[in-house]
Design a protein. Structure first.
Length: 280
């Protein structure tokens, strides 16, 4: 399945005090853990990592894990699947000792085709800003108001998408944000790929690859899309002639503007304005 297709089913969401065990455990569904306070050592598949307050962990069903700490650690924990395929199992599933576990017990083991790194162990330090979103999920499952499962599922999907974005961007996320900001601020000017790359002090080939990986568009395509989107706004909110709007938005000629607009919206600027006039 693709990330857009996931529809998380949350079996449990709550706040707990971490209870370390002296043995490895294996869960039958996926886990998300957020550290509200304290720190601990997380052992996963024979690898040990120090986990600090404000961190979030994601890991798969069936993987052996255990916690080690000698202090009070408060966490938010979610047990979930990526899909609704096993939503009939509404109660928290039994956690096995590694010695008693069999992979055949796992309910669901799909990957995420467009972000396979989301599976396995992922550790996100310094994501304190996600705590309020996770507490919303905890509150929904606690209060059980109408549509609580749908609301919680949508919130978790948002968090997983943010996690996937962090995984894909890695250490280059800040560079791409700066590139996007530069384009948004300068789309009306005759900027080139070289100008954009120069704004972040990297070669344009490298920046182009980053943009393709994180937005699905080349630098040129992203710049053009930004120009067309802003032109569409002006078509509906001003009385400027089409040629003038193309010029304001950085297009070098009316013909180029019309061609780019039709490619993105499936109609000419004039047709777009006429069809949507009065809708906003």
């Amino acid at each position: 399945m693709k990330l857009a297709e996931i529809d998380p089913f949350i079996r449990f969401a709550g706040t707990l005090v971490l209870n370390p065990t002296g043995f490895n455990c294996c869960s039958l569904d996926r886990r998300l853990l957020f550290v509200q306070s304290g720190s601990f050592v997380f052992h996963y598949k024979g690898v040990s990592r120090q986990i600090e307050e404000g961190s979030m962990l994601l890991w798969d069903a069936g993987a052996p894990y255990r916690f080690e700490t000698d202090s009070l650690v408060k966490v938010i924990i979610l047990n979930f699947d990526f899909s609704q395929n096993f939503s009939a199992f509404t109660e928290p599933l039994y956690v096995y000792r590694e010695s008693e576990f069999s992979s055949g017990l796992i309910l669901e083991a799909p990957g995420v085709d467009d972000c396979p790194e989301l599976c396995g162990l992922n550790i996100f330090p310094g994501v304190k800003y996600l705590e309020s979103e996770l507490m919303l999920i905890v509150g929904e499952l606690r209060d059980k108001r109408r549509f609580y499962r749908e609301t919680a599922s949508a919130a978790l999907k948002s968090i997983l998408c943010k996690a996937a974005r962090k995984i894909i961007s890695g250490e280059n996320g800040d560079t791409v944000e700066r590139v996007i900001s530069f384009i948004r601020e300068n789309y009306s000017k005759p900027v080139t790929n070289h100008d954009i790359a120069d704004s972040v002090n990297y070669h344009e080939y490298y920046v182009n690859k980053l943009m393709q990986r994180q937005t699905g568009m080349t630098l040129h395509r992203y710049l053009q899309s930004c120009r067309v989107e802003n032109a569409a706004k002006l078509l509906l909110t001003t009385g400027y002639p089409v040629a003038r709007i193309g010029e304001i938005c950085g297009f070098s000629s009316p013909a180029y503007f019309i061609s780019a607009f039709r490619r993105q919206y499936g109609e000419t600027p004039s047709e777009y304005r006429r069809r949507r006039n009065g809708l906003i």
